[in-house]
Design a protein around this ligand. Structure first.
Ligand SMILES: [Zn+2]
Length: 263
């Protein structure tokens, strides 16, 4: 689509922002003229054109590598590229390996999928934006949100805006972006509360497991935070398709036949 340049006589010259790859993640077009600007930073220009800075992998200003704080006077061409999957961006410190996440209030199912795969995924259904941003900064967590305004906060270093509104597809997007398949450790984290699971003996869980499951399985684990007991559950079958798709995003060494208990 050809950029539309509004008629305007006053200086400074407009800056052209061009998005590449799967950017931008908001409506507004892949090429945008920023007409109303005086001098400003690359970060401000990219976000004025619609993409949160967390979605940016690298930026070229008139063909030269630039940083978020690079100053624009007007008249430049700014090319914005998404991060390469699984690779560090020159604009960001690398997130921890394995990555930790904080999910906004709309992404509870995604958080549970991440926990199922063994990833530390902070989630509360009553969390407010300031809390989410603070936790992301404090713990170097990747803030996952479809709220672009939240991701544009200066304190948010690592963030991801899911393109899909379907939780399993969102998890696969994260898997591709951060190379999760080789870092997954299923059956190590509580789906309910994000606590760490530890192995439990049959004797320890006898009262918490229905008789039929108690007879059928030998492996049990218990959450060190909330006490929830898990074992090879029947709904693993329902998730088998998801686990196969997740493994296919990378050369998974994870024990994806690992087991989970009921929600
Ligand atoms: Zn728990």
């Amino acid at each position: 689509m050809e950029p539309v340049r509004a008629a305007r006589d006053t200086s400074p010259s407009p800056t052209l922002v061009r998005f590449h790859g799967d950017l931008p993640v908001v409506a507004g077009g892949r090429c945008q003229w920023l007409e109303d600007a005086g001098p400003r930073s690359v970060k401000d220009a990219v976000e004025a054109a619609g993409a949160p800075h967390t979605e940016v992998g690298n930026v070229l200003v008139d063909g030269a590598e630039a940083g978020f704080t690079t100053r624009l006077a007007g008249g430049e061409v700014v090319d914005v590229h998404p991060p390469s999957p699984g690779e560090a961006s020159p604009l960001w410190p690398a997130p921890p390996r394995p990555p930790r996440f904080v999910a906004d209030v709309h992404l509870g199912t995604l958080a549970r999928r991440l926990r199922l795969l063994g990833f530390d995924a902070w989630y509360r259904n009553d969390a407010v934006d300031t809390e989410l941003a603070a936790i992301a900064a404090r713990d170097a967590r990747i803030l996952v949100s479809r709220d672009r305004g939240l991701l544009k906060r200066r304190s948010v270093v690592h963030g991801y805006c899911p393109r899909s509104d379907e939780p399993e597809e969102q998890a696969l997007e994260l898997a591709r972006r951060y190379g999760l398949a080789v870092q997954a450790t299923p059956m190590t984290r509580c789906v309910r509360c994000n606590g760490v699971l530890e192995a439990a003996s049959r004797h320890q869980v006898a009262d918490a497991v229905p008789a039929r499951s108690f007879e059928a399985f030998d492996t049990f684990a218990r959450c060190t935070a909330c006490g929830h007991v898990v074992w090879p559950g029947s709904h693993l079958e329902a998730l088998a398709g998801f686990l196969r798709r997740f493994a296919a995003t990378g050369r998974s060494t994870a024990g994806l036949t690992a087991t989970i208990g009921p929600d």
